[in-house]
Design a protein around this ligand. Structure first.
Ligand SMILES: NC(=O)C1=CN([C@@H]2O[C@H](COP(=O)(O)OP(=O)(O)OC[C@H]3O[C@@H](n4cnc5c(N)ncnc54)[C@H](OP(=O)(O)O)[C@@H]3O)[C@@H](O)[C@H]2O)C=CC1
Ligand SMILES: CC(C)(CO)C(=O)C(=O)O
Length: 300
């Protein structure tokens, strides 16, 4: 497959690097990472090991963006800009692996080419040209409104060919909310407590993560998605176990002094709650604390 990874930071470099073992991959990334990958190739270290030579560019042409599959791995708040750039090319299928409910933003520019996606792999960009896998998770792809499709099966098979754990999921509407519950719990709590995911295996941090996940499940149900409180909590526990050594993407943001996805994750739960009369005090507190930290001066 001809695959473009748009926004190849930590997650995109890991997934794109692994896909490059079997497919023709172009990473759209920032310098100095893009320059290093173009010159010396990309190393995947940590729990997985690979040396690959994908193409890399900071400035894709419409021809570069004309591909079988475009994976979007920018931060959720960069999705609209990514969608506008992707629409200058002609990707046959577009699939977001970012956290947050970003697919609707992609659909606005790219229409029915968009598949839903979610990833629980853990990744850190440790140096230009080197990405560390800190947790072997799973990828799910599927139709935004649910159901099976040949294109979702084809994308999942392409991932598996390259050795990634990936399934086509006919239940993506539920899966997206389950992943939002996982991130509402794990990301904000690990970022505020400055701990690895594994620290949420017990104790007070685990209780806060569970409360955030239960609130997310309540909002999901109010929006017509069948996600029980118990299933949301179990999903948090599974990801904590599978990615125990990972520093969540939001913890990495806070440690770098950069903007977080608090508004797109916990804030997304809070924003949808009033219409349904659902209380979301834990997500509100987590989002407010992270926004207060951001307002106090993130690095430019
Ligand atoms: N890291 C992880 O373990 C996991 C992350 N995720 C999710 O995946 C998404 C990405 O996370 P992560 O990889 O950690 O984030 P990163 O910040 O490491 O990666 C995103 C990259 O996209 C780049 N980017 C944005 N716009 C463009 C553009 N127009 N052209 C080129 N590059 C661009 C960013 O550059 P710049 O910063 O300069 O804008 C950045 O390097 C998030 O939604 C996150 O929640 C999901 C599962 C696991
Ligand atoms: C799966 C998990 C929680 C891995 O840390 C993640 O999505 C993230 O860090 O953003």
């Amino acid at each position: 497959m001809d695959i473009v990874v748009f926004g190849a930071g930590a997650l995109g470099s890991l997934v794109g690097g692994l896909l490059a073992r079997d497919h023709h991959v172009t990473l759209v990334a920032r310098d100095p990472h893009a320059r290093r990958v173009a010159g010396q190739g990309l190393r995947v270290t940590g729990e997985l090991d690979a040396r690959v030579r994908p193409r890399a560019t900071t400035d894709p042409t419409p021809a570069d963006l004309t591909c079988d599959l475009a994976l979007v791995t920018v931060k959720a708040y960069d999705t609209a800009a990514a969608a506008r750039t992707l629409a200058t090319g002609d990707p046959a299928v577009v699939c977001a692996l970012s956290n947050g409910l970003t697919e609707e933003t992609l659909v606005a520019e790219l229409g029915d080419r968009v598949l839903a996606g979610s990833a629980t792999y853990g990744a850190e960009l440790v140096a230009p040209g080197e990405v560390r896998c800190t947790g072997v998770g799973r990828i799910h792809v599927g139709e935004l409104d649910g159901g099976t499709s040949e294109r979702a099966a084809r994308v999942a098979a392409a991932f598996r060919e390259a050795g990634l754990d990936c399934e086509a999921d006919p239940g993506m509407p539920r899966r997206r909310w389950e992943k939002l519950a996982v991130n509402a719990g794990i990301n904000a709590v690990t970022a505020l407590a400055r701990v690895e995911n594994g620290a949420l295996a017990d104790g007070p941090a685990r209780d806060v993560a569970h409360r955030a996940a239960r609130e997310t499940a309540r909002v999901a149900r109010a929006e017509g998605v069948d996600l029980t409180d118990d299933a949301a909590v179990a999903a948090v526990d599974t990801v904590v176990e599978e990615t125990a050594a990972n520093r969540s993407s939001m913890l990495q943001d806070v440690e770098r002094g950069s903007r977080t996805e608090a508004s797109e994750i916990n804030g997304a739960v809070v924003d949808r709650a009033p219409a349904h009369g659902v209380a979301t005090p834990t997500n509100r507190t987590l989002a407010d604390l992270l926004r207060a930290w951001e307002a106090a001066g993130i690095a430019e």
